[in-house]
Write a protein that binds this ligand. Structure first.
Ligand SMILES: *[C@@H]1O[C@H](CO)[C@@H](O)[C@H](O)[C@H]1NC(C)=O
Ligand SMILES: *[C@@H]1O[C@H](CO)[C@@H](O)[C@H](O)[C@H]1NC(C)=O
Length: 523
Protein backbone atom coordinates (compact mmCIF):
# COMPACT_ATOMS: atom_id res chain seq x y z
CA UNK A 1 0.00 0.00 0.00
CA UNK A 2 2.65 2.45 1.13
CA UNK A 3 4.93 1.44 -1.68
CA UNK A 4 2.12 1.85 -4.23
CA UNK A 5 1.34 5.39 -3.13
CA UNK A 6 5.06 6.16 -2.93
CA UNK A 7 5.40 4.95 -6.48
CA UNK A 8 2.41 7.03 -7.56
CA UNK A 9 3.94 10.06 -5.90
CA UNK A 10 7.22 9.43 -7.71
CA UNK A 11 5.29 9.18 -10.95
CA UNK A 12 3.57 12.52 -10.39
CA UNK A 13 6.80 14.21 -9.38
CA UNK A 14 8.55 12.82 -12.46
CA UNK A 15 5.65 13.94 -14.64
CA UNK A 16 5.67 17.40 -13.05
CA UNK A 17 9.40 17.75 -13.61
CA UNK A 18 9.01 16.64 -17.18
CA UNK A 19 6.20 19.01 -18.09
CA UNK A 20 7.73 21.82 -16.14
CA UNK A 21 10.34 22.24 -18.88
CA UNK A 22 9.74 23.86 -22.23
CA UNK A 23 7.96 21.10 -24.13
CA UNK A 24 10.40 19.22 -26.29
CA UNK A 25 12.48 21.97 -27.84
CA UNK A 26 14.96 21.57 -30.68
CA UNK A 27 18.37 22.59 -29.41
CA UNK A 28 21.47 23.17 -31.51
CA UNK A 29 24.85 23.14 -29.81
CA UNK A 30 27.77 24.45 -31.85
CA UNK A 31 31.15 23.88 -30.25
CA UNK A 32 34.18 23.67 -32.54
CA UNK A 33 37.31 23.26 -30.41
CA UNK A 34 40.37 21.06 -30.40
CA UNK A 35 40.28 21.00 -26.61
CA UNK A 36 38.22 18.15 -25.26
CA UNK A 37 38.07 19.52 -21.74
CA UNK A 38 36.28 22.64 -22.98
CA UNK A 39 33.40 20.57 -24.36
CA UNK A 40 32.76 18.38 -21.31
CA UNK A 41 30.47 20.85 -19.53
CA UNK A 42 28.17 21.46 -22.51
CA UNK A 43 28.18 17.78 -23.40
CA UNK A 44 26.89 16.99 -19.92
CA UNK A 45 24.27 19.76 -20.22
CA UNK A 46 23.12 18.55 -23.65
CA UNK A 47 22.80 14.98 -22.37
CA UNK A 48 20.65 16.23 -19.52
CA UNK A 49 18.47 18.26 -21.90
CA UNK A 50 18.11 15.20 -24.14
CA UNK A 51 17.04 13.11 -21.15
CA UNK A 52 14.31 15.70 -20.49
CA UNK A 53 12.81 15.06 -23.90
CA UNK A 54 14.44 17.81 -25.97
CA UNK A 55 15.96 17.06 -29.37
CA UNK A 56 19.65 17.91 -29.23
CA UNK A 57 21.94 18.37 -32.23
CA UNK A 58 25.57 18.66 -31.20
CA UNK A 59 28.15 19.98 -33.68
CA UNK A 60 31.65 19.28 -32.37
CA UNK A 61 34.85 17.31 -32.84
CA UNK A 62 33.98 15.11 -29.87
CA UNK A 63 31.06 12.74 -30.46
CA UNK A 64 29.80 10.73 -27.49
CA UNK A 65 31.36 7.31 -27.13
CA UNK A 66 27.97 5.82 -26.22
CA UNK A 67 24.90 7.15 -28.08
CA UNK A 68 22.18 8.77 -25.99
CA UNK A 69 18.46 9.01 -26.87
CA UNK A 70 17.46 12.38 -28.46
CA UNK A 71 21.13 13.42 -28.79
CA UNK A 72 22.46 13.62 -32.35
CA UNK A 73 26.14 14.14 -32.97
CA UNK A 74 27.26 16.06 -36.04
CA UNK A 75 30.89 15.11 -36.08
CA UNK A 76 33.22 17.70 -37.64
CA UNK A 77 36.81 16.69 -36.91
CA UNK A 78 39.27 19.54 -36.59
CA UNK A 79 42.97 19.51 -36.92
CA UNK A 80 44.86 19.82 -33.66
CA UNK A 81 46.40 23.21 -34.38
CA UNK A 82 48.07 23.47 -30.98
CA UNK A 83 49.85 20.10 -31.02
CA UNK A 84 53.24 21.58 -31.85
CA UNK A 85 52.96 24.41 -29.34
CA UNK A 86 51.92 21.99 -26.60
CA UNK A 87 54.79 19.65 -27.43
CA UNK A 88 57.23 22.54 -27.17
CA UNK A 89 55.83 23.39 -23.72
CA UNK A 90 56.59 19.85 -22.54
CA UNK A 91 60.11 20.24 -23.90
CA UNK A 92 60.62 23.27 -21.68
CA UNK A 93 60.18 25.79 -24.53
CA UNK A 94 58.99 29.34 -23.87
CA UNK A 95 55.53 29.45 -22.38
CA UNK A 96 54.92 33.16 -22.78
CA UNK A 97 51.27 33.34 -23.78
CA UNK A 98 51.56 36.76 -25.42
CA UNK A 99 53.86 35.11 -27.96
CA UNK A 100 51.28 32.43 -28.75
CA UNK A 101 48.27 34.71 -28.89
CA UNK A 102 48.41 35.14 -32.71
CA UNK A 103 48.66 31.35 -33.21
CA UNK A 104 45.74 30.72 -30.89
CA UNK A 105 43.58 33.40 -32.51
CA UNK A 106 44.41 32.18 -36.03
CA UNK A 107 43.61 28.55 -35.12
CA UNK A 108 40.37 29.50 -33.42
CA UNK A 109 39.22 31.56 -36.40
CA UNK A 110 40.17 28.80 -38.82
CA UNK A 111 38.47 25.89 -37.14
CA UNK A 112 35.30 27.84 -36.44
CA UNK A 113 35.16 28.96 -40.07
CA UNK A 114 35.98 25.42 -41.16
CA UNK A 115 33.13 23.95 -39.11
CA UNK A 116 30.62 26.57 -40.35
CA UNK A 117 31.55 25.66 -43.93
CA UNK A 118 31.74 21.90 -43.44
CA UNK A 119 29.27 19.81 -45.48
CA UNK A 120 28.05 18.24 -42.23
CA UNK A 121 26.99 21.62 -40.87
CA UNK A 122 25.81 23.01 -44.22
CA UNK A 123 23.41 20.08 -44.48
CA UNK A 124 21.51 21.39 -41.43
CA UNK A 125 21.12 24.72 -43.22
CA UNK A 126 20.15 23.21 -46.56
CA UNK A 127 17.58 20.93 -44.95
CA UNK A 128 16.14 24.10 -43.37
CA UNK A 129 16.27 22.53 -39.95
CA UNK A 130 14.38 24.44 -37.32
CA UNK A 131 15.88 25.12 -33.88
CA UNK A 132 14.41 26.82 -30.83
CA UNK A 133 17.78 27.88 -29.49
CA UNK A 134 21.47 27.67 -30.43
CA UNK A 135 24.05 27.18 -27.69
CA UNK A 136 27.47 28.32 -28.89
CA UNK A 137 30.69 27.24 -27.18
CA UNK A 138 32.77 30.40 -26.93
CA UNK A 139 36.46 30.86 -27.41
CA UNK A 140 37.56 33.80 -29.57
CA UNK A 141 34.78 33.04 -32.07
CA UNK A 142 32.21 35.84 -31.75
CA UNK A 143 31.66 35.79 -35.51
CA UNK A 144 29.84 32.46 -35.16
CA UNK A 145 26.94 34.34 -33.53
CA UNK A 146 25.36 34.78 -36.96
CA UNK A 147 23.94 31.27 -36.59
CA UNK A 148 21.11 32.77 -34.55
CA UNK A 149 19.86 34.53 -37.70
CA UNK A 150 20.80 31.54 -39.86
CA UNK A 151 18.27 29.40 -37.97
CA UNK A 152 16.10 32.28 -36.84
CA UNK A 153 16.51 31.38 -33.17
CA UNK A 154 17.96 32.96 -30.01
CA UNK A 155 21.57 32.28 -29.05
CA UNK A 156 23.19 31.33 -25.74
CA UNK A 157 26.95 31.47 -25.17
CA UNK A 158 28.82 29.03 -23.00
CA UNK A 159 32.39 29.52 -21.81
CA UNK A 160 34.46 27.12 -19.74
CA UNK A 161 35.84 29.84 -17.44
CA UNK A 162 34.97 33.29 -15.99
CA UNK A 163 33.49 36.32 -17.82
CA UNK A 164 36.65 38.08 -19.11
CA UNK A 165 36.21 38.68 -22.83
CA UNK A 166 32.44 38.12 -22.69
CA UNK A 167 31.47 41.12 -20.57
CA UNK A 168 31.18 43.44 -23.56
CA UNK A 169 28.60 41.19 -25.27
CA UNK A 170 25.93 41.64 -22.62
CA UNK A 171 27.17 44.83 -20.98
CA UNK A 172 28.34 43.10 -17.81
CA UNK A 173 30.31 45.64 -15.73
CA UNK A 174 34.08 45.12 -15.84
CA UNK A 175 34.53 46.94 -12.52
CA UNK A 176 38.21 47.67 -12.95
CA UNK A 177 38.47 49.14 -9.44
CA UNK A 178 37.37 45.98 -7.64
CA UNK A 179 37.46 42.96 -9.95
CA UNK A 180 40.99 41.77 -10.71
CA UNK A 181 41.71 40.66 -14.27
CA UNK A 182 42.23 36.95 -14.91
CA UNK A 183 45.97 37.58 -15.41
CA UNK A 184 46.27 39.02 -11.92
CA UNK A 185 44.65 35.97 -10.39
CA UNK A 186 41.74 36.13 -8.00
CA UNK A 187 43.57 38.51 -5.79
CA UNK A 188 41.42 40.65 -3.57
CA UNK A 189 41.51 43.18 -2.03
CA UNK A 190 43.63 44.96 -4.60
CA UNK A 191 46.12 47.50 -3.26
CA UNK A 192 46.82 50.75 -5.08
CA UNK A 193 49.51 49.31 -7.37
CA UNK A 194 47.32 46.30 -8.14
CA UNK A 195 44.62 48.68 -9.30
CA UNK A 196 47.16 50.48 -11.48
CA UNK A 197 48.13 47.12 -13.00
CA UNK A 198 44.51 46.12 -13.35
CA UNK A 199 43.71 49.34 -15.17
CA UNK A 200 46.61 48.87 -17.57
CA UNK A 201 45.80 45.19 -18.27
CA UNK A 202 42.11 45.98 -18.76
CA UNK A 203 42.97 48.78 -21.17
CA UNK A 204 45.16 46.45 -23.24
CA UNK A 205 42.33 43.93 -23.07
CA UNK A 206 39.77 46.40 -24.44
CA UNK A 207 42.12 47.24 -27.30
CA UNK A 208 42.51 43.52 -28.00
CA UNK A 209 38.72 43.06 -28.00
CA UNK A 210 38.50 45.76 -30.67
CA UNK A 211 41.28 44.10 -32.65
CA UNK A 212 39.56 40.68 -32.42
CA UNK A 213 36.31 42.26 -33.59
CA UNK A 214 38.14 43.73 -36.56
CA UNK A 215 39.72 40.38 -37.44
CA UNK A 216 36.47 38.48 -37.01
CA UNK A 217 34.29 40.80 -39.04
CA UNK A 218 35.82 39.39 -42.24
CA UNK A 219 34.77 35.89 -41.21
CA UNK A 220 31.34 37.10 -40.19
CA UNK A 221 30.76 38.90 -43.49
CA UNK A 222 31.83 35.84 -45.42
CA UNK A 223 29.49 33.49 -43.59
CA UNK A 224 26.60 35.86 -42.88
CA UNK A 225 26.62 38.45 -45.70
CA UNK A 226 24.49 41.57 -45.45
CA UNK A 227 23.22 40.95 -49.02
CA UNK A 228 21.41 37.92 -47.69
CA UNK A 229 19.59 39.99 -45.08
CA UNK A 230 21.80 38.99 -42.14
CA UNK A 231 22.08 41.61 -39.38
CA UNK A 232 25.41 43.40 -39.03
CA UNK A 233 28.20 41.75 -37.06
CA UNK A 234 27.72 44.20 -34.22
CA UNK A 235 23.97 43.59 -34.06
CA UNK A 236 24.57 39.85 -33.94
CA UNK A 237 27.15 40.23 -31.15
CA UNK A 238 24.78 42.25 -29.02
CA UNK A 239 21.80 39.95 -29.55
CA UNK A 240 22.98 37.17 -27.26
CA UNK A 241 20.16 36.06 -24.98
CA UNK A 242 22.27 34.53 -22.23
CA UNK A 243 25.86 33.79 -21.23
CA UNK A 244 26.69 30.74 -19.12
CA UNK A 245 30.06 30.61 -17.39
CA UNK A 246 31.68 27.52 -15.97
CA UNK A 247 32.93 29.39 -12.92
CA UNK A 248 31.64 29.96 -9.41
CA UNK A 249 32.28 32.79 -6.99
CA UNK A 250 33.45 30.71 -4.01
CA UNK A 251 36.27 29.50 -6.23
CA UNK A 252 37.01 32.86 -7.83
CA UNK A 253 35.74 36.09 -6.25
CA UNK A 254 32.34 37.67 -5.67
CA UNK A 255 31.57 40.10 -8.50
CA UNK A 256 28.49 41.75 -10.03
CA UNK A 257 26.60 40.08 -12.86
CA UNK A 258 23.78 41.25 -15.12
CA UNK A 259 20.76 38.89 -15.00
CA UNK A 260 21.57 37.20 -18.32
CA UNK A 261 25.07 36.14 -17.30
CA UNK A 262 24.93 33.13 -14.99
CA UNK A 263 27.58 31.09 -13.22
CA UNK A 264 27.16 27.35 -13.71
CA UNK A 265 30.53 26.33 -12.29
CA UNK A 266 31.08 22.59 -12.01
CA UNK A 267 28.59 21.72 -14.76
CA UNK A 268 30.74 18.76 -15.83
CA UNK A 269 30.93 17.25 -12.34
CA UNK A 270 28.50 14.52 -11.38
CA UNK A 271 27.42 14.42 -7.75
CA UNK A 272 27.39 10.64 -8.18
CA UNK A 273 30.14 9.80 -10.69
CA UNK A 274 29.76 7.08 -13.31
CA UNK A 275 31.07 3.66 -12.31
CA UNK A 276 34.78 3.14 -13.03
CA UNK A 277 35.95 0.59 -15.60
CA UNK A 278 36.66 -2.65 -13.73
CA UNK A 279 40.49 -2.54 -14.09
CA UNK A 280 40.64 0.97 -12.62
CA UNK A 281 38.15 0.07 -9.91
CA UNK A 282 40.33 -2.87 -8.83
CA UNK A 283 43.50 -0.79 -9.01
CA UNK A 284 42.02 1.88 -6.75
CA UNK A 285 40.21 -0.53 -4.39
CA UNK A 286 43.49 -2.38 -3.86
CA UNK A 287 45.55 0.75 -3.11
CA UNK A 288 46.09 0.04 0.58
CA UNK A 289 48.41 3.04 1.01
CA UNK A 290 46.21 5.27 -1.11
CA UNK A 291 46.51 6.36 -4.73
CA UNK A 292 47.77 9.38 -6.68
CA UNK A 293 46.36 10.63 -9.97
CA UNK A 294 48.81 12.31 -12.35
CA UNK A 295 47.60 14.16 -15.44
CA UNK A 296 48.66 17.06 -17.63
CA UNK A 297 45.12 17.50 -18.95
CA UNK A 298 43.68 16.96 -22.39
CA UNK A 299 46.02 19.18 -24.44
CA UNK A 300 49.51 18.41 -23.14
CA UNK A 301 50.91 14.98 -23.93
CA UNK A 302 52.97 13.34 -21.19
CA UNK A 303 54.91 11.37 -23.81
CA UNK A 304 56.31 14.71 -25.03
CA UNK A 305 57.95 15.44 -21.65
CA UNK A 306 61.59 16.36 -21.89
CA UNK A 307 63.70 13.35 -20.86
CA UNK A 308 65.08 14.88 -17.64
CA UNK A 309 61.59 15.93 -16.51
CA UNK A 310 60.20 12.49 -17.32
CA UNK A 311 63.06 10.84 -15.41
CA UNK A 312 62.47 13.11 -12.44
CA UNK A 313 58.78 12.22 -12.27
CA UNK A 314 59.40 8.48 -12.76
CA UNK A 315 62.24 8.54 -10.21
CA UNK A 316 59.99 10.21 -7.67
CA UNK A 317 56.80 8.19 -8.05
CA UNK A 318 58.48 4.79 -8.44
CA UNK A 319 59.79 5.10 -4.88
CA UNK A 320 56.37 5.81 -3.37
CA UNK A 321 54.26 3.13 -1.74
CA UNK A 322 51.09 4.68 -3.17
CA UNK A 323 49.59 3.44 -6.42
CA UNK A 324 49.75 5.90 -9.31
CA UNK A 325 47.34 6.46 -12.19
CA UNK A 326 49.01 8.45 -14.97
CA UNK A 327 47.11 9.83 -17.96
CA UNK A 328 49.51 8.67 -20.64
CA UNK A 329 48.88 9.11 -24.37
CA UNK A 330 50.70 6.15 -25.97
CA UNK A 331 50.31 2.40 -25.54
CA UNK A 332 53.53 1.84 -23.63
CA UNK A 333 55.50 3.91 -21.18
CA UNK A 334 59.25 3.29 -21.30
CA UNK A 335 60.43 1.85 -17.96
CA UNK A 336 56.96 1.95 -16.41
CA UNK A 337 57.28 1.24 -12.66
CA UNK A 338 55.11 -1.53 -11.19
CA UNK A 339 53.05 0.91 -9.11
CA UNK A 340 51.94 2.91 -12.17
CA UNK A 341 48.72 2.38 -14.14
CA UNK A 342 48.53 4.17 -17.49
CA UNK A 343 45.50 5.11 -19.59
CA UNK A 344 44.85 7.40 -22.57
CA UNK A 345 41.52 8.92 -21.64
CA UNK A 346 40.60 8.32 -18.04
CA UNK A 347 37.35 9.19 -16.26
CA UNK A 348 38.96 11.93 -14.18
CA UNK A 349 35.82 12.82 -12.24
CA UNK A 350 35.21 9.22 -11.13
CA UNK A 351 38.89 8.68 -10.27
CA UNK A 352 39.02 11.79 -8.09
CA UNK A 353 35.82 10.67 -6.35
CA UNK A 354 37.34 7.34 -5.22
CA UNK A 355 37.93 7.32 -1.45
CA UNK A 356 41.48 5.93 -1.83
CA UNK A 357 42.56 8.80 -4.05
CA UNK A 358 44.76 11.00 -1.84
CA UNK A 359 46.52 13.39 -4.19
CA UNK A 360 46.21 14.89 -7.67
CA UNK A 361 49.42 15.89 -9.47
CA UNK A 362 48.04 18.25 -12.11
CA UNK A 363 48.98 20.92 -14.65
CA UNK A 364 46.36 23.13 -12.96
CA UNK A 365 43.74 23.53 -15.70
CA UNK A 366 40.58 25.12 -14.35
CA UNK A 367 38.49 21.97 -14.89
CA UNK A 368 41.02 19.79 -13.08
CA UNK A 369 41.40 22.19 -10.16
CA UNK A 370 37.63 22.45 -9.80
CA UNK A 371 37.05 18.69 -9.90
CA UNK A 372 39.84 18.16 -7.39
CA UNK A 373 38.29 20.67 -5.03
CA UNK A 374 34.82 19.25 -5.49
CA UNK A 375 36.00 15.78 -4.48
CA UNK A 376 38.22 17.05 -1.67
CA UNK A 377 41.55 15.93 -3.17
CA UNK A 378 44.57 18.18 -2.41
CA UNK A 379 47.00 18.89 -5.25
CA UNK A 380 50.59 19.23 -6.32
CA UNK A 381 50.40 21.70 -9.23
CA UNK A 382 52.85 21.84 -12.13
CA UNK A 383 51.41 24.81 -14.04
CA UNK A 384 52.30 25.02 -17.73
CA UNK A 385 50.43 27.79 -19.58
CA UNK A 386 47.45 30.16 -19.80
CA UNK A 387 45.53 30.51 -16.53
CA UNK A 388 47.26 27.52 -14.92
CA UNK A 389 49.83 29.65 -13.07
CA UNK A 390 47.16 31.73 -11.40
CA UNK A 391 44.95 28.68 -10.73
CA UNK A 392 47.79 26.91 -8.91
CA UNK A 393 48.91 30.08 -7.14
CA UNK A 394 45.42 30.39 -5.74
CA UNK A 395 45.38 26.79 -4.53
CA UNK A 396 48.67 27.45 -2.73
CA UNK A 397 47.26 30.65 -1.21
CA UNK A 398 44.12 28.85 -0.12
CA UNK A 399 46.28 26.18 1.52
CA UNK A 400 45.22 23.00 -0.24
CA UNK A 401 48.21 22.34 -2.44
CA UNK A 402 51.86 22.92 -3.31
CA UNK A 403 53.31 24.28 -6.56
CA UNK A 404 56.27 22.77 -8.40
CA UNK A 405 57.34 25.10 -11.25
CA UNK A 406 58.07 23.04 -14.37
CA UNK A 407 61.45 24.68 -14.92
CA UNK A 408 62.55 23.73 -11.40
CA UNK A 409 61.07 20.23 -11.45
CA UNK A 410 63.57 17.67 -10.12
CA UNK A 411 63.10 14.34 -8.38
CA UNK A 412 63.84 15.63 -4.85
CA UNK A 413 61.62 18.70 -5.29
CA UNK A 414 58.67 16.67 -6.57
CA UNK A 415 59.13 14.05 -3.85
CA UNK A 416 59.18 16.64 -1.10
CA UNK A 417 56.06 18.33 -2.52
CA UNK A 418 54.19 15.01 -2.72
CA UNK A 419 55.31 14.03 0.81
CA UNK A 420 54.29 17.40 2.18
CA UNK A 421 50.75 17.17 0.83
CA UNK A 422 50.29 13.48 1.71
CA UNK A 423 51.68 13.70 5.23
CA UNK A 424 50.52 17.09 6.42
CA UNK A 425 46.82 16.75 7.29
CA UNK A 426 46.29 20.52 6.92
CA UNK A 427 45.93 20.32 3.14
CA UNK A 428 43.11 17.81 3.27
CA UNK A 429 41.40 19.79 6.04
CA UNK A 430 41.58 23.07 4.13
CA UNK A 431 40.14 21.59 1.00
CA UNK A 432 37.08 20.24 2.83
CA UNK A 433 36.04 23.79 3.61
CA UNK A 434 36.29 24.87 -0.02
CA UNK A 435 34.49 21.75 -1.22
CA UNK A 436 31.63 22.40 1.21
CA UNK A 437 31.29 26.03 0.15
CA UNK A 438 31.40 25.09 -3.52
CA UNK A 439 28.56 22.58 -3.18
CA UNK A 440 26.28 24.61 -0.88
CA UNK A 441 23.91 26.17 -3.45
CA UNK A 442 20.16 26.53 -3.93
CA UNK A 443 20.34 24.19 -6.93
CA UNK A 444 23.01 22.22 -8.75
CA UNK A 445 24.90 23.78 -11.67
CA UNK A 446 23.16 21.30 -13.97
CA UNK A 447 19.65 22.21 -12.79
CA UNK A 448 20.46 25.91 -13.06
CA UNK A 449 21.89 25.65 -16.59
CA UNK A 450 18.94 23.49 -17.66
CA UNK A 451 16.49 26.00 -16.23
CA UNK A 452 18.09 28.88 -18.13
CA UNK A 453 18.22 27.12 -21.50
CA UNK A 454 14.54 26.21 -21.17
CA UNK A 455 13.77 29.75 -19.98
CA UNK A 456 15.30 31.26 -23.12
CA UNK A 457 13.29 28.81 -25.23
CA UNK A 458 10.06 29.48 -23.31
CA UNK A 459 10.38 33.23 -23.67
CA UNK A 460 11.61 33.17 -27.28
CA UNK A 461 15.04 34.61 -26.56
CA UNK A 462 13.93 36.43 -23.39
CA UNK A 463 14.57 39.94 -24.81
CA UNK A 464 13.41 41.36 -21.46
CA UNK A 465 16.76 40.20 -20.01
CA UNK A 466 18.71 42.48 -22.30
CA UNK A 467 20.67 45.08 -20.37
CA UNK A 468 20.88 48.48 -22.00
CA UNK A 469 24.47 48.86 -20.84
CA UNK A 470 25.44 46.50 -23.67
CA UNK A 471 24.33 49.00 -26.30
CA UNK A 472 26.17 52.02 -24.92
CA UNK A 473 29.48 53.12 -26.38
CA UNK A 474 32.57 53.91 -24.33
CA UNK A 475 31.68 57.59 -23.84
CA UNK A 476 28.09 56.84 -22.84
CA UNK A 477 28.91 53.94 -20.53
CA UNK A 478 31.44 56.00 -18.62
CA UNK A 479 29.14 59.03 -18.58
CA UNK A 480 31.87 61.04 -20.26
CA UNK A 481 29.30 62.69 -22.55
CA UNK A 482 27.14 63.57 -19.54
CA UNK A 483 30.03 64.98 -17.52
CA UNK A 484 31.27 66.93 -20.54
CA UNK A 485 27.78 68.38 -20.94
CA UNK A 486 27.52 69.20 -17.24
CA UNK A 487 31.00 70.71 -17.31
CA UNK A 488 30.02 72.99 -20.19
CA UNK A 489 26.82 73.94 -18.34
CA UNK A 490 28.69 74.77 -15.14
CA UNK A 491 31.20 76.82 -17.16
CA UNK A 492 28.39 78.67 -18.87
CA UNK A 493 26.64 79.42 -15.59
CA UNK A 494 29.89 80.70 -14.08
CA UNK A 495 30.78 82.76 -17.10
CA UNK A 496 27.29 84.25 -17.32
CA UNK A 497 27.11 85.02 -13.60
CA UNK A 498 30.60 86.55 -13.68
CA UNK A 499 29.59 88.66 -16.64
CA UNK A 500 26.36 89.75 -14.98
CA UNK A 501 28.14 90.49 -11.71
CA UNK A 502 30.77 92.56 -13.44
CA UNK A 503 28.08 94.39 -15.33
CA UNK A 504 26.08 95.00 -12.18
CA UNK A 505 29.15 96.16 -10.25
CA UNK A 506 30.01 98.61 -12.96
CA UNK A 507 26.44 99.89 -12.95
CA UNK A 508 26.47 100.35 -9.18
CA UNK A 509 29.90 101.98 -9.18
CA UNK A 510 28.93 104.25 -12.02
CA UNK A 511 25.78 105.09 -10.11
CA UNK A 512 27.75 105.90 -6.95
CA UNK A 513 30.31 107.92 -8.81
CA UNK A 514 27.47 109.80 -10.45
CA UNK A 515 25.81 110.46 -7.08
CA UNK A 516 29.10 111.63 -5.55
CA UNK A 517 29.66 113.99 -8.45
CA UNK A 518 26.10 115.33 -8.03
CA UNK A 519 26.69 115.84 -4.31
CA UNK A 520 29.96 117.70 -4.97
CA UNK A 521 28.16 119.90 -7.46
CA UNK A 522 25.35 120.81 -5.04
CA UNK A 523 27.75 121.51 -2.13
C1 LIG B 1 17.76 39.04 -32.15
O1 LIG B 1 17.34 37.76 -31.73
C2 LIG B 1 15.96 37.54 -31.80
C3 LIG B 1 15.69 36.15 -31.27
O2 LIG B 1 16.13 36.03 -29.96
C4 LIG B 1 15.46 37.72 -33.21
O3 LIG B 1 14.07 37.57 -33.26
C5 LIG B 1 15.87 39.08 -33.72
O4 LIG B 1 15.52 39.21 -35.07
C6 LIG B 1 17.35 39.29 -33.57
N1 LIG B 1 17.72 40.64 -33.95
C7 LIG B 1 18.77 40.91 -34.71
C8 LIG B 1 19.02 42.35 -35.03
O5 LIG B 1 19.52 40.05 -35.11
C1 LIG C 1 36.17 30.63 -44.48
O1 LIG C 1 35.99 29.38 -45.13
C2 LIG C 1 35.56 29.50 -46.46
C3 LIG C 1 35.25 28.11 -46.98
O2 LIG C 1 36.29 27.25 -46.72
C4 LIG C 1 36.60 30.20 -47.30
O3 LIG C 1 36.16 30.35 -48.62
C5 LIG C 1 36.86 31.56 -46.68
O4 LIG C 1 37.91 32.21 -47.38
C6 LIG C 1 37.21 31.45 -45.22
N1 LIG C 1 37.24 32.78 -44.67
C7 LIG C 1 38.39 33.37 -44.27
C8 LIG C 1 38.29 34.78 -43.83
O5 LIG C 1 39.43 32.76 -44.23
Amino acid sequence: MVSTSARLLCFFIAAAIHFDGAQSAKILCFFPTASRSHVLGTQALMKNLASRGHEVTMVSAFPLSKPVKNYHDIYVPIEDAFGEVMASFMQGGSRNMIKFMPTILRASLDYNNFTLNSPQFRRLVEEKQHFDVAVVGWFMNDFVLGIGSLFNCPTILYFSAGPGGLNNLVGNPTEVASVPHLFLGNKNPMKFLDRVKNTLITTVDSVLVEYFKYRMKVYYDHNFPAEKQFPSYNEARLNVSLVMLNSYFTQTIPRPYVPNMVEVGGLQIKAKPDPLPSDLQEWLDGAEHGAIFLSFGSNLKSSNLRQDKFDAIIGSISKLKQRIIWKWDTDVMPGKPANVFIGKWLPQDAILAHPNLKLFVTHGGLGSITESMYHGVPVVGIPMFADQDTNVAQVVRDGWGVAVPFDELTEPLLTSAIREVLENAQYAERIERFATLYKDRPQTAMDLATFWVEYVVRHKGAPHLHYQGADLNFLQRNLIDVFAFLGVMVCLVFKTSAFLLRHLKRKICDGRRGNAADKQKTS
